[in-house]
Write a protein that binds this ligand. Structure first.
Ligand code: ADP
Length: 452
């Protein structure tokens, strides 16, 4: 069901309950008033008849004639008058005799003074009437045909008015909800125009209403999407470029090697340089694979309890196998009671350690890296220190961007992915990475991870 139909329907339902309640209350109050009024009327008529019979001494036959001659009028009551011995003195219509008076009923009238009750649709009144020291008991019954007719008319009028009112309410609420939801329909039309090819389009935020908040949030989401979409495009073209350069160099080397007759040494140099290009490509592919793994949802990554010092040692041993000239000094404060246990993914964390150690070693003139492990409150802090050229100020803001390589890139080869990878992995572990650097003296990269 559409929202506007649902809104109109709910509003009409609510109105129906409310109006239905009111209407019923009006009807009930009319029912009650009619009954009260009619009892009073019967009472008065009964007393009048008793007065005529007893005070005005109108004889019973005359009263009977009056009764019979007005038999067809809408309001007609049947009166019976008894004396204290319960002997019938007068009866309007003995042959009809609506109220079957019993000794008990007359006794009750005598005791109570007056009683009111209903016999089917007929209303009955019992009155104790005193005249010249004598007590008389009167019963009077009447059927309020006129009142019941009015009640019936009122019922139908109320039902018809209720139905017409509800129909009008439904129409009005439908028009209102249509009007209220119009901005949403417009918003939807605007959203439908946005696709991957025009991600720069934004929703209008001119109106000062709730829709404006949705539009603003949607526009912010579009900003983020556009940024990441552009970053992806940029990233892919960077990958293509980075892979094409060593591949082109490799092909060129191999082509030249096949063109002329070369001596053994020249051929060996060509193979060596081709091998370097192939290694560069392998490094880049490995970095990309790691980046893809680190870009996973954190819930997808298996987390284990591990010791930072052990993982640092394992990573150093593996790195030294590939680059035996690197010098890594691991310093762990043995004086302190250190808690080096953390929760993390060993593979991803070793990729981070390896990148930071590798960067430090490759940029240091003596290929060395000093690692220092410390404890802070609930944290393990690892510092990777080098004595390289430092990071120029212009690069400092951007070195964590994928494929960004600083002004000092001529000092060492690389892909520009390492630090962005470190940052992603650290974020996945709810940790922090930052650096400080002094030109000409070296840099310190600090990794902070929560301890277990
Ligand atoms: P890569 O090292 O492959 O170029 P990274 O993402 O690891 O890529 O580093 C990005 C840039 O940050 C590097 O090109 C370099 O300019 C700078 N950088 C990173 N680590 C150091 C360091 N220890 N000393 C100096 N510069 C560094």
């Amino acid at each position: 069901m559409k929202i506007k139909t649902r809104l109109s329907f709910l509003f009409t339902l609510f109105s129906a309950v409310l109006l239905g309640g009111f209407t019923y209350a009006i009807y009930l109050s009319y029912v009650y008033n009619r009954e009260e009024e009619f009892f009073k009327k019967i009472q008065l008529q009964a007393i009048t008849k008793a007065d005529l019979l007893l005070a005005a001494k109108v004889d019973a036959n005359t009263l009977q004639t009056i009764y019979e001659s007005s038999y067809n009028v809408l309001f007609q009551e049947e009166v019976a008058i008894y004396d204290t011995k319960f002997d019938l003195l007068y009866h309007d219509a003995v042959e009809i005799d609506i109220v079957k008076e019993t000794a008990g009923m007359l006794q009750e009238i005598s005791q109570e003074g007056e009683i009111f009750f209903k016999q089917g649709d007929w209303q009955v009144v019992g009155i104790r009437y005193e005249f010249e020291g004598e007590i008389y008991l009167i019963t009077a019954a009447a059927y309020d045909a006129y009142g019941y007719q009015k009640l019936e008319n009122l019922k139908y009028s109320l039902i018809v008015i209720l139905i017409i009112t509800l129909f009008i309410i439904y129409l009005i609420s439908w028009i209102f909800s249509n009007q209220a939801l119009k901005p949403l329909v417009n918003l939807n039309q605007e959203i439908e125009k946005i696709s991957a090819s025009n991600l720069d389009l934004r929703l209008s935020t001119k109106e000062r209403d709730e829709i404006r908040q949705i539009s603003e949030s949607f526009n912010h989401m579009l900003d983020r999407l556009e940024k990441s979409f552009n970053a992806q495009k940029h990233f892919i073209s960077n990958i293509a470029h980075e892979l094409r350069t060593p591949l082109a160099a490799l092909m060129a080397e191999l082509e030249i090697a096949t063109l002329k007759k070369k001596n053994k040494e020249e051929l060996l140099n060509a193979v060596k340089s081709s091998l370097d290009d192939a290694k560069r490509m392998r490094e880049l592919i490995q970095d990309l694979l790691d980046l893809a793994k680190a870009s996973f949802d954190s819930t997808e990554i298996k987390i284990h309890s591990l010791r930072v010092d052990e993982l640092l040692m394992e990573t150093t041993i593996a790195l030294k196998k590939d680059s035996p000239d690197y010098k890594v000094h691991l310093q762990i404060d043995e004086m302190e009671e250190l808690n080096l246990e953390i929760l993390g993914n060993p593979y991803l964390l070793s990729v981070t350690f390896r990148n930071l150690i590798e960067n430090a070693c490759k940029f240091s003139s003596d290929k060395s890296c000093r690692i220092c492990v410390k404890n802070a409150v609930d944290k393990v802090v690892i510092l990777f220190e080098d004595n390289g050229p430092g990071i120029p100020e212009v690069d400092q803001e951007r070195i964590f961007e994928p494929f960004y390589r600083g002004e000092n890139q001529h000092v060492a080869t690389g892909t520009g992915i390492g630090l962005s990878l470190c940052q992603k992995i650290t974020e996945l572990h709810n940790g922090k990475i930052h650096f400080s650097s002094i030109m000409g003296h070296g840099s310190i990269f600090t990794l902070t991870l929560s301890s277990k």
